[in-house]
Design a protein around this ligand. Sequence first.
Ligand code: FPP
Length: 253
Amino acid sequence: MGAIADILFGRKKKQNTDVYSSIDKQQLPSHVAVIMDGNGRWAKRRGLPRSAGHRAGTERVRTIIRMSSDVGIRYLTLFALSTENWKRPKDEINTLMKLLLEYLRQELHELHERNVRINTLGDISKLPKEVADEIARAKQTTKDNTGLTVNMAINYGARQEIMAAVKKAIADGTSPDSIDEAYLSSLLDTAGQPDPDLMIRTSGEARISNFLLYQMAYAEFYFTDTLWPDFDEAEYAKALKVFAARDRRFGGI
Ligand code: FPP
């Protein structure tokens, strides 16, 4: 009802307009990478099961993808499941798989209409077949889209990604002399994409947890205490504003 009332009375639109007008389009990052942390704590503080936190977190995935597409971000990478997250209880993994499946089923049409391209980082062959099939469908449907690219990092680990790249270089018989940064980049899951300019991690944790270790050499880090389910458009706009004010020197002066 709230959402319908917002639409009827134009409230949501107004909020978007206010938030969007505070964003400097000339200073946008091309590529934003996000560690969506704090779903569990968000739920615990409300006396809810962790699954409720992940469900609320999925709503923020919708928000952030829409806003990234609206403001003109080119690449958005979301860390949905790490290679280490399999250590979590089976129930929780099942919830995450279910949410991912639901999200793709509900949102694919809108994503496609928005010209969003869905891509994945990580080994999705280890996912339940139903989920892997839905991901494959989303990738296939959106493969020629030219707007925002959303990389969903699922069963992803940066060390594993780098190891796979090294193995591939060796298997291809590449001579050591022909290995340079561009070549190594081309063997990573993000091949052909610019490196992240901005990495956001929510929930007060200040680490990068095996995320895009090679690609984030010059990324600006933004850490916020806000828990992922509370990371709304205003919070995202704040992060983009902080990024716009950073002085990036890439090792120069
Ligand atoms: C971290 O919070 C979050 C995750 C491990 C999963 C992120 C998944 C989603 C936001 C939902 C599904 C994703 C998509 C792409 C639809 P945590 O559980 O570690 O929180 P805590 O540190 O407070 O326990």
